[in-house]
Design a protein around this ligand. Sequence first.
Ligand SMILES: Cc1cc2nc3c(=O)[nH]c(=O)nc-3n(C[C@H](O)[C@H](O)[C@H](O)COP(=O)(O)OP(=O)(O)OC[C@H]3O[C@@H](n4cnc5c(N)ncnc54)[C@H](O)[C@@H]3O)c2cc1C
Length: 394
Amino acid sequence: MDFKLTDAQKAHRDEVFKVCAELDKKKPKTWVGFESQFDDEVGWAFHKLCAKEFAKRGWLALGWPKEYGGIGDMMDKVLFQEARGYYDLPGADIFGVAMLAPTLLAAGSEELKRELLPKIANAEWMFCELWSEPNAGSDLAGLTATAIRKGDEFIVNGQKTWSTGAHFADWAFGVYKSDPNAKKHHNMTFILSDMKSPGITVKSIPYMSGSHVYNEVYLDDVRMSAKYIVGQENEGWAVVNVLAGFERSNLDMVYGLVRGIEELVEFCNETKRNGRPLSQDPIVRNRIADVSSSLEAVRCLAYRVADQQNRNEMGLMDAAAVKIFASELMEKYGHLAADILGPYGQVKNSPWAKMGGTVEYTYQGCFVPIVSMGTNEIQRNIIAWYGLGLPRMK
Ligand SMILES: Cc1cc2nc3c(=O)[nH]c(=O)nc-3n(C[C@H](O)[C@H](O)[C@H](O)COP(=O)(O)OP(=O)(O)OC[C@H]3O[C@@H](n4cnc5c(N)ncnc54)[C@H](O)[C@@H]3O)c2cc1C
C-alpha cells in the first residue's frame, strides 16, 4: 500500500488536530486518561461534550457507507484517531462507535442499521459490552447467562462481569445462552438491550487506582425484545467473532503514546541525574528509541488495517496480531515512563506530578490491554490456529 497522504487527507488531518487541540483546553483538571471518562459525572460530561462536537462534524461515522450517513474512509478514521489519541480525548464511544457500528454494518439487519446507526453517529446512545462472566472469559463459549424466548421477547437471567462503563451506558450489547440443548457455538444469541430495563443491577468493581470504571452486571428476569437480535437467533457466536475483530484491531489505545514520548523526551532534557541530563544516559536513550520505533511500526500497522478494512479483508489473525503488538507496546511504555520519572511518576493531582500526573495511572493500567479484549495468550492461539494452521492443543 501507499503510505503517503493525499492532499485531502492532509487537510482532514489538519482539521481534526485543530478541533482536538481546542477540546484539549476544556479537559477537566482531574483527567488522567481513558478511565477518567467513566470515573465520575465530570469525566462522563466531558466524554459527551467531545462526542457531540465530533458528531456534528460527522466524524463518528467516518468510513461508513454513505447510505447510512457515513463520510470519508477508514484512513480518515485513522487520522481522526491519531488526533484524539494525541490529545488523549474521549468522545468516540469505544463500544458503540468502534465495535458495534461496524458489526451492525457487517452483520445487522437493515432495520437495526436504520434505527441504531444514526443514534451512534449522533452520540445519542452510548453502549457497554456484556460478554464476560465470572466463569467465562477466555472460554466465552462456556457462558451460562440464559435468554429464554417467550414470543417476541427473551427473558434474560445471569451475571456479567468486568463490564466497562456499564454504570453510565444507555444500551448494551450482550451474548446469552438461548438454546441449552444445542451444540456449543450454535446455542447463543447476540442481543442489544436498554440498560434501564427493569431487572438490571450494576455494581462497581473498584479499580486499584480507586476509580469506578468496571462493573458486575446482574440480570434478573430482564425482558429483551427479539427485535434487537444482531445476526441470527442461536448464531450469536458468529457475531461475537465479527465484533471481536473490530475490538482487537482498534488502535485507539496506542495513539496517546506519541505525546507521551514527546513529554518524556522533554523531561529527560530538563532533568539531571548524577550531574548530567537524563537524555545523555545511553540506557534511557535506547529505551525511548526502542518504544518510539515500535510506535512508528504501529502507525504503519494502523494504516495497513485501515486499508484492509476499506477492502473488507480484515481477518481474525490480523486483528489478533494488532492486539498483541499494540498492548505489549502499551505495557512497555508504562514501565519506561515509570522508570524514567522515578518517584515523580508515583504522584498525581500534586505539584510534584510531572506529565500531568498521567504516569501513575498509565503504569497501573498498562497491563489491562494484555488481558482485556481476550488475553494475549488467546490471541497467540488464534494466530497459531487460523494463521499458521497449527493443530489445537488437546
Ligand atoms: C480491565 C478489564 C476490562 C474488561 N472489560 C470488559 C468489558 O467491558 N466487557 C466484557 O464482557 N469483558 C471485559 N473484560 C473481560 C476480559 O475480556 C476477560 O478478562 C478476558 O477475556 C480473560 O478472561 P478471564 O479474566 O476470565 O481470564 P481466564 O479466562 O480465567 O484466563 C486466566 C489465564 O489463563 C490463560 N488461558 C485461559 N485459557 C487459555 C488457553 N486456552 N490457552 C492459553 N492460555 C489460556 C489466560 O490467557 C489468562 O492468562 C475486561 C477485563 C479487564 C481486565
